[in-house]
Write a new protein. Structure first.
Length: 134
């Protein structure tokens, strides 16, 4: 289940309207609808945390491993990092759609690719700031 689906399900389970959730979190009703309907993650981790608290759950419950990766990339590298991470997740999911790998193997592959992403980003940052290595 994706972030938007989890958000909607948690809200409905508690019988909370979008208006009420908006008031509880300080996140606009329009943004909440966008997250639910489009499945997009908030740009700020604090928004995920506020939603999770209001819905009496954890940020990890609302986000899967891939969503967490996207949030972390956004925190570390801004909007561009978040877009890159979303693109990676989308491409990897499409590679395995209808394939023969089981979920465990797909998750392992996704984690390996995420690790490779962080290593590549660290190398790029070090290359851009050689004085940081000294």
């Amino acid at each position: 289940m994706k972030f938007g689906e989890k958000l909607l399900a948690a809200r409905k389970q508690l019988g909370i309207s979008r208006d009420a959730l908006s008031e509880m979190t300080g996140i606009s009703k329009r943004a909440i609808a966008y997250y639910e309907l489009e499945g997009k993650l908030p740009k700020q981790r604090s928004s995920v945390e506020a939603l999770a608290a209001a819905l009496r759950t954890t940020p990890e419950t609302l986000t899967d491993d891939n969503a967490e990766f996207v949030l972390q990339a956004g925190e570390a590298f801004g909007a561009q990092g978040q877009k890159e991470a979303q693109k990676i997740v989308k491409q990897i999911r499409s590679l395995y759609a209808g394939g023969t790998l089981n979920e465990k193997d797909i998750d392992a592959m996704m984690l390996a690719i995420q690790d490779a992403y962080w290593i590549a980003k660290k190398k790029l940052l070090a290359k851009d700031r050689p004085e940081a290595e000294q």
